[in-house]
Design a protein around this ligand. Sequence first.
Ligand code: SF4
Ligand code: SF4
Length: 138
Amino acid sequence: MWLSDCGCRASAKDKCRSRTDLCLGFVKEPVSGGSNLRPAKLTDALEVLAEAGRHHLVTRPFTDNPDLAGSCAPGRLVAVSDEATCDGCGVCVPVCYFGARSKEGALVDSARCAGCGLCVEVCPAGATTMEKRETAQA
Ligand code: SF4
Ligand code: SF4
């Protein structure tokens, strides 16, 4: 396992609210070209997850390489559920790590939504979509 600096955070420098070294690689040989690349242990990975949790970051595989995982800041997307389609089953509520889903199902606390998209995948009614945050309802 490997740990390296996140390029986005490294360029943001002091504007970044979390620590910079949040990119994990789950392969024997390093494949990341990130700076500050070093071997990591399980405890390092758990510390990365804890840091992500503290700052409401979304830890997820890189889209172009699932062997790497970054912890991205939320902001671009937010979940929106259609009240008419939602049947209130509540499946999405415990799935949301960020506590953004209510028992009423269709309601999303957009301020807490990190944009991870998990609630979209589990919704049996297809009631939830991800929208750009600027156009989503508050
Ligand atoms: S999983 Fe879908 S249908 Fe069920 S409460 Fe959530 S939004 Fe509504
Ligand atoms: S996308 Fe859904 S599961 Fe993910 S943070 Fe937002 S409301 Fe929660």
